[in-house]
Design a binder for this molecule. Structure first.
Ligand code: HEM
Length: 146
């Protein structure tokens, strides 16, 4: 078996390649979010500067790196963070299914930005992260009916 840190390394490598090729991913990630969920753009009415969107993206990427680490999903910060934010966002009026779409949107943007440099190891790392996020969010009580 490959070393247990390999998923984290592959995820980090994908982010580095994506940024090297495409620059700051923030604009593209939110363009994808609002293309898929047009009503959501208005939810950021408080975010005139884009810094809340920046914070949300940065924390989400940190959560992805944590989910790729060997200790997840049995414990770990990302599981608690995602579960907490799912509840916080429900209070903002963000549907659970829409909330759950954000990490897949990030993964899709990273893969697209990497282009032909997106390796099978990177794909495997992101698949693991999305899988684990799905398990975590599926276990949050009070999930909105699909
Ligand atoms: C994995 C998914 C997500 C994570 C981890 C996440 C995380 C965060 C964090 C850390 C913040 C800043 C602090 C806070 O208010 O809690 C934030 C703010 C916000 N998020 Fe998300 N978010 C996610 C998905 C989404 C989605 C899909 C939407 C859809 C529009 C959304 C809408 C917002 C809004 C509107 C705010 C700002 C609220 C305000 O006015 O202060 N989030 N998010």
């Amino acid at each position: 078996m490959a070393g247990m840190g390999d998923h984290v390394a592959a995820l980090e490598a994908s982010l580095a390649v994506a940024v090297a090729r495409g620059g700051d991913p923030q604009g593209e990630v939110y363009a994808r979010l609002f293309a898929r969920h047009p009503a959501m753009e208005a939810e950021f009415w408080r975010d005139g500067s884009g810094r809340i969107r920046g914070e949300m993206l940065m924390r989400s990427i940190e959560a992805c790196l944590d989910l790729a680490a060997p200790h997840a999903p049995a414990g770990g910060w990302a599981a608690a963070f995602l579960a907490t934010e799912a509840v916080t966002h429900a209070a903002y009026g963000i549907d659970r299914a829409v909330f759950a779409d954000f990490l897949p949107i990030i993964a899709g943007q990273v893969a697209a930005a990497c282009g032909d440099e997106f390796t099978p190891a990177m794909a495997a790392a992101w698949a693991l992260v999305l899988d684990r996020a799905g398990v975590v969010l599926g276990a949050v009580p009070g999930a909105a009916p699909a």
